[in-house]
Design a protein around this ligand. Structure first.
Ligand code: ATP
Ligand code: MG
Length: 823
């Protein structure tokens, strides 16, 4: 066939042919015939012919009266020939396409020049002929969040309750039976091939494919268990040595891959290299095989072409198989866990808080997120889930399991565990989860699912100093503690429930932790709105839907959430910063120590803005001072110069205000139960006033707030004329003569010099930035925190967001530095 003889839709290409109708390449001429007779080409040819005929049989009509119906038009055009269809535009009234059964009808209608209908002149033209183009149907991609949400949203809006919405999220996301079967097939296939090379090896699935929290398209995590193969190899070796031969029958001499490697001494990376070669050469459908030796646990990544499945193979990872069993057990024990985990995973993915696409990254991974949900459920009142220690005690002897020295014992069946007495529904557990973590004191805590409560970070900081005897006593319970290194501490410390020396969230950075808490706060605020609680009768997004779709409209305003203008930075009470002596007195000191801490925080903040960032204090007479917002009646000077007792009063009032308005279970420090009579440290006078204040009714407290000029939280108003937040790192490096060895915010003198350098070298802002900072103390005991609310009062050039983002990281670090050593 020469080019001339090719059918219309077929063109020659550099390599073979191309069918423009079906948009496919055809490798060679012999395949062309097959393609032309194929179903796709035939169907598309037919569709195109039908469309073409329809175009030729119809006329395009405009100019009729608004409200004209299809029947009216059919009736008018009937006189030219039989009308088979009338298609109106969406708005009914702009245009219509009138289709005739026979070509004659079209021609007759077009031949008549003058068309009048209901007193109006109609314009009747030939219908435009469009090229037929195949628009491929968009394939649903389960990994694409947009696709997932588009599919979910209509169903969720129709649901009758948030509980139902959360069930739907789970049902729509979880792996279907056929997907599970496909995964089983891949496992079988791998097992069949690998056993040829590694006798007695086992392939065990773990992770989301089997932990009951899997979603469509999630990866397939596999463990290649070579323990039995090692035994096999050792046995063959000894037999061979005894026989004095070079090889044994079992190992089948040089043919056996085991003759290449000694499993008892080879590194995981060496073993994985070998396995990777086998996968590439011998497993059908497997491609893109890659060994990642740099991961915490070396892993082989592969892709299964036909099933479009991403797989990971690790060795020596029996703890992961066990923690997968633990998640399965939790799901089996508690039906509310699944919908909660699925909904929270979706929310976290949408808010970019979880899921590190390439594995490594600074966000939470799904395993860590599931553990956070379980920890929250352990802390509900009454608990929804038992602690890992409690579960261990419920296991029978045969269920005892120790892996790498860690106690991984728990019952194998959910029915061995009594049901929870907590009857909260999903609709109330979800906001409670957000509230729990929005107010969580991460910097001072190590989360332990084992114990079901937080462990003070100080016990990890001083772990090495623990007395020998104490260690021995603990060893009985946790035989391994002294044999393992302590976990890598970071902004979020979440201990693995079994491998207690591993911080599952050790990869998180400070920004990721801050974002997580900020989003929890926002989600919690939203859950208090009617849109969360009440179903929209008009099918609008409500309940869970708004939590899993992108942010819309203005954010919800609450006392601690960022309102339209306000932005928040939270500084948790850092017991870790206290000198040892004072730290030991903490349990006796009650809240007076926290108030002292808050006072110190406030003076550090003032010093930071004034001396390090060189902001100028604003006076109320200044035009950019801004309104006296809410109860902020104190003048700037008054507030800045506030004495320690004034500060305590303001702190008390602000926390009581918080109590009365928030009613979220997060008590302020003014509650009498928290005031220890045996205070050793602190301001005595304040303590008595704390107790008397606690006896006042919430209404009375509220009405008192704002009465006197000094009754509010400390507020500062500042002016900044330079972009002191921009390019600091470069300046720091310059000042340190090329070495940027000092982390940002850890050296007062250096940071001051950096600001001075910027002030000297950079031009002044056209419009200086004016802003207010309001400080409040919230929470109680170890959960105490200073909450700083920022609001710009003059930000014509829109610099405030940048400044605020810089402060989010810089301010907490700098305050910590300024407070060291804390007295
Ligand atoms: P998904 O694949 O859907 O993101 P997953 O639970 O499978 O969820 P992976 O990151 O694939 O998460 O991890 C697989 C398994 O490996 C987890 O279920 C857990 O058993 C183990 N694992 C993952 N991350 C950690 C970690 N940081 N510490 C300890 N074990 C982990
Ligand atoms: Mg996985």
């Amino acid at each position: 066939m020469s080019d001339m003889e090719l059918p219309d839709d077929i063109q020659t290409k550099l390599k073979g042919l191309h069918c423009s109708l079906c948009n496919v390449n055809i490798p060679n001429r012999p395949s062309l015939d097959e393609h032309l007779k194929g179903r796709k080409h035939k169907t598309l040819s037919n569709v195109r012919a039908t469309r073409k005929a329809a175009e030729e049989h119809s006329v395009f009509v405009k100019g009729f009266k608004k409200g004209t119906s299809q029947d009216d038009l059919a009736e008018y055009f009937q006189k030219f020939g039989s009308v088979s269809d009338v298609i109106m535009d969406k708005d009914k009234g702009v245009y219509a396409i009138v289709q005739f059964s026979e070509l004659d009808g079209t021609q007759a209608a077009l031949a008549q020049l003058d068309h009048q209908m209901q007193g109006l002149m109609l314009r009747v033209n030939p219908r435009e002929k469009k090229d037929f183009k195949l628009i491929p149907k968009k394939k649903f991609d389960p990994q694409n969040l947009q696709d997932v949400l588009e599919r979910l949203q209509p169903r969720l809006c129709q649901a009758l309750s948030v509980n139902e919405q959360m069930q739907i999220v789970m049902e729509q996301s979880e792996l279907r039976e056929n997907e599970k079967q496909a995964r089983d097939l891949v496992i079988e296939l791998l097992q069949e091939v690998l056993i040829e090379f590694f006798p007695d090896c086992k392939i065990l699935p773990f992770g989301s494919s089997v932990n009951t929290f899997g979603i469509h398209g999630c990866d397939l995590d596999l463990l290649l268990d070579l323990e039995n193969t090692k035994v096999f190899q050792a046995r063959s070796k000894s037999t061979t040595e005894q026989a004095g031969q070079g090889t044994s029958d079992d190992c089948r001499s040089e043919d056996s891959i085991l003759s290449d490697i000694d499993l008892s001494t080879a590194s995981p990376a060496d073993v994985l290299d070998l396995v990777a070669r086998i996968l590439m050469k011998c497993v059908p459908g497997v491609h893109k095989v890659q060994v990642v030796s740099s991961a915490r646990l070396p892993v082989i990544k592969f892709h299964h072409r036909e099933l479009n499945l991403q797989g990971d193979i690790t060795i020596n990872n029996r703890l992961a198989v066990r923690n997968t069993r633990f998640l399965q057990l939790c799901s089996g024990m508690e039906a509310r866990l699944g919908p909660l985990v699925y909904s929270i995973r979706l929310w976290a993915k949408q808010r970019q808080l979880a899921g590190n696409p390439s594995g490594a990254g600074p966000l939470l991974n799904n395993y860590a997120l599931s553990l956070l949900v379980i920890f929250f459920l352990q802390n509900c009142d009454p608990p929804v889930l038992l602690t890992v220690d409690q579960l261990k005690d419920m296991a029978c002897e045969e269920e005892e399991c120790i892996i790498e020295g860690w106690n991984c014992t728990f019952p194998s069946q959910p029915f061995a565990v009594p049901p929870s007495k907590n009857s909260q529904d999903l609709c109330s557990l979800l906001p409670a989860f957000f509230s729990f973590y929005a107010h969580f004191n991460f910097p001072d805590s190590v989360i332990s699912l084992r114990e079901g409560h937080v462990l003070p970070i100080t016990s990890y900081l001083s772990q090495n100093e623990e007395k020998e005897g104490e260690e021995e006593a603990m060893q009985e319970e946790r035989p391994t503690k002294s044999q393992h290194p302590s976990p890598k501490l970071g902004p979020l410390n979440l201990l693995d429930p079994f491998e207690l020396s591993h911080n599952v969230a050790g990869n998180l950075n400070e920004r990721a932790r801050l974002n997580f808490q900020k989003e929890c706060q926002e989600a919690h605020n939203y859950c208090r709105s009617l849109q969360y609680q009440q179903r929209s009768t008009k099918g609008k997004p409500w309940g869970l839907v708004r939590l899993i779709t992108p942010h819309q409209g203005p954010k919800h305003k609450t006392q601690e959430g960022p309102g339209d203008k306000g932005l928040i930075i939270t500084l948790p009470f850092r017991a870790a910063l206290l000198p040892d002596g004072l730290r030991n007195q903490l349990p006796l000191a009650g809240d007076s120590l926290n108030l002292m801490w808050f006072h110190k925080v406030c003076s550090s903040i003032k010093g930071l803005f004034l001396n390090i960032l060189k902001c100028n204090p604003l006076l109320p007479t200044d035009p950019v001072f801004g309104e006296h917002s809410g109860t902020s009646t104190g003048t700037n000077d008054e507030v800045m110069e506030m004495s320690s007792s004034d500060l305590n009063t303001s702190a008390l009032n602000s926390s009581s205000e918080h109590n009365t308005s928030a009613n979220n279970g997060d008590d302020g420090i003014g509650s009498s139960s928290e005031c220890s009579p045996q205070v050793k440290v602190g301001v005595k006078r304040r303590l008595s006033s704390l107790s008397s204040e606690a006896s006042v009714s919430p209404q009375e407290k509220k009405s008192r707030v704002g009465k006197g000029p000094k009754s509010d939280a400390p507020t500062w108003a500042w002016l900044q004329r330079h972009t002191v937040w921009a390019g600091r790192r470069k300046v720091r490096r310059l000042l340190l003569k090329g070495a940027d060895s000092k982390p940002e915010g850890t050296n007062v003198e250096l940071e001051t010099q950096v600001t001075e350098h910027i002030l000297e070298k950079e031009p002044e802002l056209k419009e200086p930035l004016a802003f207010k900072v309001q400080a409040r103390i919230m929470g109680r005991s170890e959960g105490t925190r200073a909450v700083l609310k920022f609001s710009p009062t003059n930000d014509k050039d829109g610099h405030f967001q940048d400044f605020y983002h810089f402060l989010e990281i810089f301010l907490p670090k700098m305050v910590e530095t300024l407070m060291e050593p804390c007295v």
